[in-house]
Design a protein around this ligand. Structure first.
Ligand SMILES: CC(C)(COP(=O)(O)OP(=O)(O)OC[C@H]1O[C@@H](n2cnc3c(N)ncnc32)[C@H](O)[C@@H]1OP(=O)(O)O)[C@@H](O)C(=O)NCCC(=O)NCCS
Length: 193
């Protein structure tokens, strides 16, 4: 990431509409040239952003880490239009109390801002927080088998493949294999599990 041009900001409730608009833009090329990275049909992704959806996201990003279904989002901004979200990484807390030591990661960058180490910078920022502030033990993610760029990025950050689900999704008739990767933060801290 070119730090003079780009910055990473943790999203607050006032950013949620801009974030939701970004989530619509970052999937515009899903499936182009056979590269799938989202399990939604591109037409399905273009749903309107409702007030109810905004309220749900706002509640999740303000939810304490001690409660299931919390969410935190790191956003990528450019100095020329800092109010606009160009990329994002979300961490989602466990769905039930006994899962709160884990979170799952999802991310995406709008096409013209990819390949500039912005993804790497988002991952580094979120993992530093997960380790030091949230003190989580595991980060999980799913990545489509054909998404070599994303897999390389996650592997470099220390994620390892723990399994795969063949034919996990069918989008426009294409069968997609979902690879599960995980990162143990306790091992990195030197603890035993
Ligand atoms: C995947 C994504 C988040 C990565 O972010 P990015 O800013 O483009 O990635 P970076 O520039 O930080 O790093 C990508 C790395 O993959 C490498 N790479 C690029 N294309 C590759 C390919 N086809 N195969 C293997 N590695 C590849 C790059 O060389 C780079 O490695 P390097 O830093 O050692 O040079 C971004 O490209 C994106 O949003 N893609 C579409 C949405 C998506 O796939 N989201 C992830 C869903 S799991």
């Amino acid at each position: 990431m070119n730090a003079a041009e780009y910055s990473i900001v943790v999203a607050s409730a006032t950013d949620v509409r801009s974030l939701a608009e970004h989530w619509q833009r970052e999937v515009v090329d899903n499936g182009r040239d056979g590269l799938w990275f989202s399990p939604y049909d591109p037409d399905e992704d273009a749903k309107p952003i409702t007030d109810e959806r905004i309220a749900q996201i706002s509640a999740a990003i303000e939810r304490p880490l001690t409660e299931p279904m919390w969410q935190r989002v790191w956003t990528l901004r450019h100095r020329d239009a800092p109010e606009r979200v160009l990329g994002s990484l979300s961490l989602h807390g466990g769905r039930i109390v006994s899962e709160l030591h884990r979170c799952s990661l999802g991310m995406g960058i709008e096409p013209e801002h990819r390949g500039r180490r912005n993804g790497t910078a988002l991952v580094e920022a979120a993992l530093a927080w997960a380790r030091a502030t949230a003190q989580l033990s595991w980060v999980d993610l799913g990545v489509f088998a054909g998404n070599h760029r994303a897999k390389a990025l996650y592997a470099r950050a220390g994620f390892v493949v723990v399994g795969e689900r063949r034919d996990a999704f069918r989008v426009r008739g294409v069968k997609i294999t979902d690879v599960t990767m995980t990162l143990c933060l306790d091992e990195a801290r030197g603890a035993t599990t």
